[in-house]
Design a protein around this ligand. Structure first.
Ligand SMILES: Cc1cc2nc3c(=O)[nH]c(=O)nc-3n(C[C@H](O)[C@H](O)[C@H](O)COP(=O)(O)OP(=O)(O)OC[C@H]3O[C@@H](n4cnc5c(N)ncnc54)[C@H](O)[C@@H]3O)c2cc1C
Length: 476
């Protein structure tokens, strides 16, 4: 018997693609028609950036270290995929975070008292930060998608509200740590829309903190959880558990080793070329491959140009295992980030074995360093390790040689949403509307984090369902 259901191809088997496929196969409303879904992935495995190297008792992440448990969609999908008992919360130590500033590790203060006592900022900067309360809110916030001249960089926002020293010391390393990018280029509205909402809704950040604190206390008194705080979370088997479980739970085919090279539309639907193989026709296609890949085969010329213009930053991730007694520093926290003013090659170092209790054998520590210098991509592993260990020695005082190491090169690691990104997405939406039945989704567009991809999956699936319904429901 032939399958008369509409067919949907999902290009890219990263978390974004797998989550869209899962949502299409598991609609929330009973009775919603389910299309036949095929996931088409270029690599020989699913997961994209989510990949955990298991080496004896070491678990080293290739990409994301974890996600915050404040996004319900991620936990919901993880549990639905059978990972309820695998969810692993980070240790309490992970709340202590450090910056390498003026040649020294300094803890980021988390309370007003600690902020006043901290030597992270000069006295002038502390006064300027406190005066944020009196900085008027901008009136033209939230318009970046239609009026690009109102968009501002993360640095501009920080300097305007909290002063240049705050922007250089806190925001610069934070943006480097999250995107491998440059806070003087990244659009606040595109990368951190919540900040725009806070300023617009409350007139300033301190005012927002006070209002949100009040709201949390009210919710707690009413028996709630006290609001979304967000604890860094992963899985016992590492981040790879999430895509592996999602892929296992799909009813449709998951084709690996199928790099899409062309997309073609005709009266009977979409045909997808993977080198010499042609798949389809499909009633609809959701493309979740990174924008730079989609730029190579998207059928609309204007869309190709916009997709190709989305910047990606390189990252080299270096895992280093050492005997505990060979590291001078107590590593009592999450790790550290370095502002660009410090002129160090490492963007930051995560103290992985302090964040997670089961990532390295007893008596050893596991560090995960990141370098954003593109020239490191072409060095051999030995030279990368020599340079990384020299930096780690300067930072933590190494007394012995690494027991093991891992080097992961990401030529195009994470999309950088440069200022003007939202306006470019509006133009992209226009261009994509000329190719009905072809949808774009994933971390290149409206959120770079795992949580953002998981959250976007349902609205994307809903748009696909609407398209299928408009075409006539059950038609193939
Ligand atoms: C080093 C690093 C650290 C990170 N740390 C964090 C973190 O701590 N927390 C967090 O939330 N996020 C983090 N991220 C971001 C996170 O990895 C992304 O949010 C997430 O992986 C994006 O998923 P995606 O499916 O959109 O893209 P990807 O993971 O890139 O998946 C896209 C998939 O498309 C496939 N593909 C590409 N071209 C084609 C083609 N032509 N045909 C078919 N398939 C194709 C790729 O092989 C890939 O599998 C990090 C990223 C990196 C690189």
């Amino acid at each position: 018997m032939t399958d008369a259901r509409p067919t949907v191809a999902v290009i890219g088997g990263g978390v974004a693609g797998l989550a869209v496929a899962w949502r299409l196969e598991h609609p929330a409303a009973a009775g919603t028609p389910v299309p036949a879904v095929t996931v088409i992935e270029a690599a020989d495995r699913v997961g994209g950036n989510l990949r955990t190297e298991v080496d004896d008792e070491y678990r080293v992440e290739w990409g994301p270290n974890g996600f915050l448990d404040s996004e319900p969609a991620t936990l919901e999908l993880a549990k639905a995929a059978g990972l309820g008992d695998e969810i692993l919360r980070s240790s309490d130590l992970a709340r202590r975070r450090f910056l390498f500033v003026r040649g020294q590790l300094r803890e980021i203060p988390t309370s007003p008292g600690r902020f006043l006592a901290s030597d992270l900022f000069s006295l002038g900067a502390k006064l300027r930060i406190c005066s944020e309360l009196f900085v008027p809110g901008r009136r033209d916030l939230g318009l970046a998608a239609t009026r690009p001249e109102t968009d501002e960089t993360v640095w501009q926002f920080g300097a305007r509200r909290l002063g240049a020293e705050f922007a250089d010391t806190m925001l610069d390393p934070m943006v480097r740590g999250i995107t491998g990018g440059e806070c003087r280029r990244v659009s606040l509205a595109a990368a951190f829309p919540r900040m725009v909402d806070l300023e617009r809704d409350h007139g300033g950040l301190f005012k927002a903190l006070v209002a949100l604190g009040r709201q949390r206390r009210r919710e707690k008194r009413a028996g709630g959880t006290g609001g979304p705080t967000g604890v860094l979370t992963s899985f016992r088997g590492g981040m790879t558990s999430l895509p592996d479980a999602l892929a296992r739970g799909l009813a449709g085919e998951v084709l690996t080793n199928h790099p899409v090279s062309d997309l073609e539309h005709s009266d009977d639907g979409w045909r997808i070329h993977c080198g010499d193989r042609v798949l389809g026709p499909f009633t609809a296609v959701v493309d979740t491959a990174p924008a730079h890949a989609a730029a190579g085969y998207h059928p609309d010329a204007e869309a190709r140009e916009i997709l190709g213009g989305i910047r990606y930053n390189p990252l080299v991730v270096i895992g280093v295992a050492l005997r505990r007694e060979d590291v001078g520093h107590p590593l009592d926290g999450f790790g550290m980030l370095t502002p660009s003013t410090e002129d160090r090659s490492l963007l930051g170092v995560l103290w992985t074995s302090s964040i997670w209790t089961d990532r390295a054998p007893d008596g050893t520590v596991l560090l995960r360093a990141m370098c954003g210098d593109a020239s490191w991509l072409d060095l051999d592993d030995a030279e990368i390790m020599r340079r990384a260990c020299a930096e780690l020695d300067a930072l933590y005082g190494l007394r012995g040689r690494p027991l093991r190491h891992w080097v992961f090169r990401h030529r195009r690691a994470i999309a950088e949403y440069e200022v003007g990104h939202l306006a470019r997405l509006s133009a992209l939406d226009q261009a994509v509307s000329r190719t009905p039945g072809l949808f774009l989704s994933g971390s290149s567009y409206r959120g770079i984090a795992v949580n953002a991809c998981m959250k976007e999956a349902e609205p994307t699936a809903a748009r696909v369902r609407e398209h299928l319904t408009n075409l006539g429901g059950d038609r193939p």
